[in-house]
Write a protein that binds this ligand. Structure first.
Ligand SMILES: *[C@@H]1O[C@H](CO)[C@@H](O)[C@H](O)[C@H]1NC(C)=O
Ligand SMILES: *[C@@H]1O[C@H](CO)[C@@H](O)[C@H](O)[C@H]1NC(C)=O
Ligand SMILES: *[C@@H]1O[C@H](CO)[C@@H](O)[C@H](O)[C@H]1NC(C)=O
Length: 316
């Protein structure tokens, strides 16, 4: 039998055509996202003369029965509230699909003879979870940046390097799941997909390599202390490290070679600086301390290694 492919209206379902060699019916594979609807069409313009048309599941339940002469439609009790049957096109729409609805759905006619019109193999699957990109190590200077990273999603993994604004694209698959790696000047992008969904994770290259750290918001109660940590495990070589407020005052400056710590006069009695972790603790915070706090290293290049937007709240 000849089958034409009608594009499914439901964006979320994805149709693959597989033609079985039974000779009189095609089996069409359809993936549906859990909770979504799927419309099953009869895939032919020319139905043979019939008295009765039915859609059945693979438990041989008649989901719907249509009597030609009386134009009566009978729905199976267990499908009553979740199917729509179109008595002109004979399409069946199954709604709110669950994994237990996975199976074969067949349209048949009965008249002088019995005919299988079409069979669908419907697979109900969940949307994918987001993949996770992690940086194993990175090294940057003023004109180049190298990042070693891993992208993971369930049983799939890609390990690669970003260099000279690119990486080699990669694709790995496992059954119906695909993990794709792609890079641009702006980002490393990892895309995890199955036939009904996709999700991505990305690493912003400018933030990682260009000295722009992501800003972190912190709320502190008036009178309390706040500890600000640097946001990197991998400090590149530096000569000095400083924490600055948004008046460009160096609250603390740490000289790498001499291991000297210099505190700004106006902060002397109310900060602690940890010369191992480079964390800064600001004590007895007041509303006037609200603002931006930035950790910067100087060496071959200047790098922001932490940006905090600190808001001091509550009554004083
Ligand atoms: C970086 O990734 C590659 C895989 O592309 C791996 O073989 C290598 O060990 C990694 N290097 C570092 C320094 O992490
Ligand atoms: C991710 O992959 C899916 C499936 O291949 C594709 O439709 C989608 O556009 C991709 N998304 C991005 C951001 O590349
Ligand atoms: C950190 O400071 C303490 C006390 O100020 C000092 O004894 C110690 O040597 C310093 N450690 C480093 C790694 O500079």
């Amino acid at each position: 039998m000849f089958v034409t492919m009608a594009v499914d209206h439901l964006l979320t379902s994805f149709i693959l055509l597989l033609i079985c060699n039974t000779g009189f019916s095609a089996e069409i594979s359809v993936f549906v996202k859990t909770g979504d609807s799927v419309q099953l069409d009869i895939q032919t313009q020319k139905l043979p003369e019939f008295d009765l048309l039915s859609w059945t599941n693979d438990k041989l339940e008649n989901i719907v029965k249509y009597i030609h002469e009386s134009k009566k439609v009978k729905l199976h009790s267990s499908y009553k509230d979740r199917v729509d049957f179109n008595d002109e096109t004979f399409s069946l729409t199954l709604k709110n699909m669950q994994k237990t609805d996975t199976g074969l759905y067949t349209a048949r006619t009965r008249g002088e003879s019995e005919n299988n019109i079409v069979t669908y193999r419907v697979s109900v699957i969940d949307a994918v979870d987001a993949p996770v990109l992690t940086v194993n190590s990175h090294w940057s200077s003023s004109d180049s940046c190298t990042v070693n990273f891993t992208c993971r999603a369930h049983d799939l993994m890609i390990n690669s390097n970003y260099q000279n604004n690119r990486c080699s694209p990669q694709e790995v698959t496992s059954q119906i799941n695909t993990l794709i790696l792609d890079c641009s000047k702006e980002a490393i992008i990892c895309n995890y997909s199955n036939p009904v969904s996709w999700q991505k994770d990305l690493i912003n290259i400018r933030q990682l390599c260009g000295g722009f750290s992501a800003e972190i918001s912190v709320f502190v109660k008036t009178g309390d202390s706040v500890q600000l940590d640097i946001q990197t495990q991998e400090l590149s070589e530096f000569d000095d490290l400083s924490w600055r407020n948004d008046k460009s005052e160096n609250i603390v400056k740490y000289i790498h070679e001499s291991k000297k710590v210099r505190l700004h006069s106006s902060y002397k009695d109310r900060v602690d600086f940890n010369n191992k972790t480079f964390s800064l603790t600001l004590k007895n915070m007041q509303k006037t301390d609200t603002g931006l706090y930035t950790a910067i290293t100087h060496g071959e290049s200047e790098n922001n290694i932490a940006i905090y937007r600190v808001s001091v709240i509550g009554e004083s």
